[in-house]
Structures are given as C-alpha cells and as structure tokens.
Design a protein around this ligand. Structure first.
Ligand code: SF4
Length: 350
C-alpha cells in the first residue's frame, strides 16, 4: 500500500495529498526572452499545462520569473545546475519552485545558503536523480538499478532535510520504462514527499508518448505520482497534450472523453476524421462527458455503452445522433458537424 504523499504548493497549484495530478512541461525558451516566453506560457496554459519549467542559464533568466507571471498566471519553476547563486537569484526573482541537485550546486556552505532562501520564501524544491547521475557510492554498491537510482534521489532530499528544508518534491528518471517504474516504486515506499514522474529522454512524439504512457500510466494506476511530464523530442505543446491525454485515459482529469470505434467494413462514412474533429472541438472542456463516434448504428450504439452522447453511421450519407443510447435524430453527413457539435454544447450547458 502506497501512503498518500504530503501536500506541496507550487504557486497556486497544490500537488500531493490527494490533489489532482498536475501536468508539467519544460520550455525550450529562455525566461529572459519574456516577450516570447509570455506568449508561450499563455498558450501552454490554455492547453492545460499546470506548471511550466525553464532552464536558468544566467542572472537575467533567474530574474525573469516575476515579469512573466505579471501577465500569465501559471506556476513557474527554475531549473538550475552547478550554480547556487542562480538558485538564490531565481528564488529572489519570483520562481514558484526550483529544481536543483544539492550535490552539484556548491559545497555545504552554498547548500545552506540556498536552503535558508527556500525556507524564507516558502517555495518548494525538486531534487532527484536520473539514470545518468546515479551517485558513485550507490553505483558501486548496487549497480545501475532502481535501488541506486532511488537511493541517489533520497540522498539529495536528505541533504536538504539536514538544512531544515522539507518542502520537497522528488524525481527519479530514466529513459528505460521498467527502470523508471521500479525506481519510483522504490522511492514511493520510502518517502511521503510528492513525486514528479515521467520517462525521460523518451524519444520522438510517437515513441516518447508510448513510453511515457506506459511508465506514467503504470505508476498512476498504483497511486504513485503527483505531477507528470511527458518528455518528448517534439514541440512543448505536444508534451502538454500527451500529459492531459494520459490523465484523461485514466479518468484522472475532468473533461470530455471520446469513445471511437476502430471501424470495419460496416462503416460507410468518414468516422475516423469526425472522431478527430470531435476531439479537437471538445479539447479544453471541463465538464465530464463521454462522447461516442461510431462507424455504424448496427453495433455502434450498443458498443458505446455509457456514452452521454454519440453519433453513428446510418448509411446512405446519413448518421444518427443518440443520447444515452436512444436515437434522437437522423442527420445528413453534410449537416452533421453543425448538428452534433450543437448537441455537445447543449449537453455541456445542462
Ligand atoms: S461500431 Fe460498427 S463499424 Fe465500428 S467496429 Fe463496430 S461494427 Fe464495425
């Protein structure tokens, strides 16, 4: 039994403690490019991004968070490596969370300075390890596996705990799906800090989404994971879309769920295209509704059991629209978009 993680607030978003799983992504822009960063942040927020992370490479980046947040209401995370001064500057600059590795930002004195700034500001910190940054001592003792990966992350958390910081989020990432899952299971059994989960360096949009869906999905089904990032070699927007789709597939987010049949020889209309259009149309809807787009009325209505609203091909250029399994109207394919999307809007209003 995995214990519930403790609650940590990243700006207005609360994670852990039974709060909804948050979708995170990482910008490829520098936060100091505020003009473009603001536009991107708004776009990502509109797509359903809950938390946005930036790599901080200099003082200008570190000082940009408050500026972006003036225009976009989205929790922002500063990702810092090797330089404690940048961590201090990002905390000062309005970051809602920082991501560091205490082992590489300086010595004990520097870590203490960052810990003091974290406590003063009240913002949380993410620490962790990935398969490429396993601590040498654990690598020698356990080899490259979930134990060495998990212990490396827990050691980083312990360094900050020693300095009085307990507002911590942990991650243990690998590109290997099985190792990722095992490492998070290992850590989840040993800490109640919230976990940021995902398969890292997962690959292209297609393969990376598959790998993350398996890894993140396996963990979320076990109750492990409080924020997710689908790491993809693809536009940032794709990461957010994939993250939201994973939550939707697991019924962990509000919104429209589309049921669509794979079609077969009984399908006599462009069901697949219309399913895509319906998915686009309903993206961002907050109401929980199940919408079915089915190839034929012969089996489609029965097969889409549980759908609030649906459409199925009826042959001869026509489709039937049904509500809770009952046909309410017959529509020509040319009129279908207008009529069906109108019915969806009605369903949302009710
Ligand atoms: S709903 Fe109809 S078209 Fe779709 S797979 Fe079933 S039988 Fe085939």
């Amino acid at each position: 039994m995995i214990p519930m993680s403790k609650t940590v607030a990243i700006g207005k978003i609360k994670i852990g403690g039974g709060n909804p799983v948050a979708v995170q992504t990482m910008s490829t822009l520098r936060p100091s490019d505020t003009f473009n960063a603001e536009k991107e942040a708004q776009r990502l927020k509109d797509l359903g991004c809950d938390i946005l992370r930036y790599a901080v490479t200099d003082e200008k980046d570190a000082g940009s968070f408050r500026e972006i947040k003036k225009r976009v209401d989205l929790p922002l995370v500063a990702d810092i490596h090797y330089d404690y001064k940048l961590a201090l500057a990002a905390i000062d600059g309005g970051a809602d969370k920082i991501r560091i590795n205490p082992g590489n930002i300086g010595g004990e004195k520097e870590v203490k300075l960052v810990a003091a700034a974290l406590k003063d500001s009240g913002i949380p910190v993410r620490v962790g390890a990935n398969a490429g940054s396993i601590e040498k001592e654990f690598l020698a003792k356990y080899g490259r596996n979930e134990v060495s990966l998990g212990e490396s992350a827990l050691k980083n958390a312990a360094i900050l705990e020693k300095c009085g910081v307990d507002n911590i989020v942990i991650s243990v990432k690998a590109s290997d799906v099985a190792l990722t899952v095992k490492a998070y299971e290992y850590v989840a059994a040993r800490t109640d800090y919230p976990l940021h989960i995902g398969v890292t360096e997962a690959g292209t949009a297609y393969m990376g989404t598959v790998k993350n869906s398996i890894g993140i999905g396996a963990l979320l089904l076990k109750g492990i994971g409080d924020t997710i990032r689908v790491s993809l070699s693809a536009p940032t927007e794709e990461e957010v879309r994939a993250g939201r789709a994973i939550l939707s597939a697991l019924d962990l987010s509000d919104g429209a769920k589309i049921i669509a049949c794979p079609t077969c020889a009984r399908c006599a209309w462009n069901c697949a295209d219309f399913a895509k259009k319906t998915e686009e149309f309903t993206r961002g809807i907050k109401k929980n509704i199940k919408i079915a787009v089915m190839g034929c009325a012969v089996n489609g209505i029965g097969e889409s059991e549980g759908a609030d609203l649906g459409v199925a091909g009826a042959g001869k250029g026509e489709c039937v629209v049904f509500v809770k399994g009952k046909i309410i109207k017959k529509v020509s394919e040319t009129e279908l978009e207008k009529v069906f999307f109108g019915e969806i809007e009605k369903c949302i209003r009710n």
